[in-house]
Design a protein around this ligand. Structure first.
Ligand code: 4NP
Length: 150
């Protein structure tokens, strides 16, 4: 399984989603390829936000070596599942897909926990206290993703 996690900047939420899913795959001996990307281009090549690095570290997940990139057209062929963190990312990703096969790979990540509720993972960039909540939401979502697709 090849899984792409997508948010706006690829420095706060999707690096956490990537790190958490990789960590769980390793624990469960699952040979999945996991990556992340942003719909925006402001932070290309940047390391994750330190607040994401720190909350991940608290739970023994190391995301410090990740570097931000933007979504590319080849991602739609390469990946089996593309998870958007919020409804804005979800809309952007859908608008860039070329056909139904590509479009069907795009999911809103919290729908894995709360089906059809269209809940967004809140952008924590301007909220220092938001990172713990984001981690917990993504931790739950990644458990569900493994349960459903392994
Ligand atoms: P992310 O958070 O999408 O979770 O990586 C953001 C990081 C940076 C910006 C927006 C969201 N920004 O506008 O620079």
């Amino acid at each position: 399984m090849k899984v792409l996690m997508v948010c706006l900047g690829n420095i706060c939420r999707s690096p956490l989603a990537e790190g958490i899913l990789k960590h769980k795959c390793k624990q469960q001996n699952l040979d999945w390829y996991v990556d992340s990307a942003g719909t925006g281009k402001w932070h290309l090549g940047s390391a994750p936000d330190l607040r994401s690095v720190q909350v991940a570290k608290k739970y023994s997940v190391d995301i410090s070596e990740q570097r931000a990139r933007s979504v590319r057209s080849t991602d739609y062929e390469e990946f089996d599942l593309i998870f958007a963190m919020d409804t804005s990312n979800f809309k952007d990703l859908k608008s860039w897909s070329l056909d139904a096969k590509e479009e069907n790979k795009i999911k809103l990540i919290m729908n894995e926990v709360y089906p059809d509720e269209m809940m967004s993972v809140p952008d924590p960039y301007f909220n220092d206290n938001g990172f713990e909540e984001v981690f917990q939401m993504l931790d739950k979502a990644c458990d569900k993703i493994i349960e459903k697709y392994k």
